[in-house]
Design a protein. Sequence first.
Length: 465
Amino acid sequence: MVVRRSLSRLRICYITDIEGDVAYLQRFLQHADCPLRWEPRPRPLASSPALQYTAVRSHAPPLPAASSSSAAAVAACDAHALQYYTLGLKDDDTHFVFGGDVFDQGADLMLGQCLLDLKARYPDRVHLILGNRDINKMVMTRIVDEVDALTPVEAEDHLFGLHHYPSPQGPPSTFLADIAAAKATSTRFRSVGYAAFLAALRPETPPPPRADRVSFLRWALQHRMGGYRAFEHRRSELRQLRAADAPAPTDAEVASTFFEAARPGGVYAEYLRRGRLACVLEGILFVHGGVTAANVGFVPDVAAPLWEQPQRGRHIAEVHAWVDALEGFRRAAVDAWRRGEGTRGEALRHYALPRLFAPYSVVVGSFVEADGPRLAPLPVVHYLLSGGVSTVCSGHQPCGDAPLVVRQPGGFLMVDADNSYCGRGNALCGPTNHRGGALSFLCMEGDGAVWARGARADGRPLRTS
């Protein structure tokens, strides 16, 4: 048990980084300490704009089991089932926080819709945090609007080359040199360019003179957005939603669901509209990545390019004012993106780039490094404790099959609860499951305790006491 300071009897439940894995969500709902439950929808979920190509099956499956841990019960909870069932809270008091990264694995459109419906039903008790996999979907509107008129090299450069940020001046040469040097020393950024991707995709034909949005999307998901199998996962989701005798979704139909999800009313657009970069409840700060010396108190300028943020961004002196200012930045960026005005909200998209590019971001900043956790610097601890924040809960950085907790003098805690990939090689893994039998979530009780609940990668119970 880890003890923190608390002011009331509020109960909070936190889970993060589901990434579209509906079976993982089902394992969460089957746990006795989960505050959520399945409930029948008043009416089946009609095909949304993002699902416009689906021929929805006409029959409702059985309600997913509330307590069974059998493989059959978990498998039954698929995209088709989520058309007929939605999420509800079991009691009138618990707050639920989802820590971000809804998308990219499995039935992520339907999972995202379930979380949005839950937020709509309980707007004051459900809190959705934005992760990098959620924010990077902002690029979908630019793929639709800009790619088809460009050559392959221009398309990659225009949408993923940082010097093509909508700005009168490009970045200084020193900025580009620093980025190039850092990328050269990291295997993470040694990926395939779009032109090379096209050549491998169609080796029997000459490279096309123009980019096309479908192949560009497939390349971007695999090589720039961390969604290596997201396109095929979406195809599988559409198959689950279609009638059994319906034709298989084409590449164009699959791609259209990504683009429509970013349009007004789509799942990506709505999650960006209703989510937050940070949230404080009962002295606990929730962010997707973490709080570090490089990002604490910092708020980007919505109109500034990446390389000018350190000079044009603001430093806020108090933690609650900082959280409010981050919300103002998010709102302004999402509004500009939805309207296609100004810099089209690119400052928010860049805020979710890897730490190499955006060290000032709470979306990608983390106290967990490749070789283990780090203590927060004392100025960071002082900043947070002075504002009444004694705990930071985050995800983003995989840390194994149990939450990683760092406790510092003064009662300050940092918790990382991202168990992604903890079961790789495990016999319990599947196409959308890289955690094996793992489940990891946190319960914050009104008596000042933070409890970890769930299961290890091999299925053994996880329960701190």
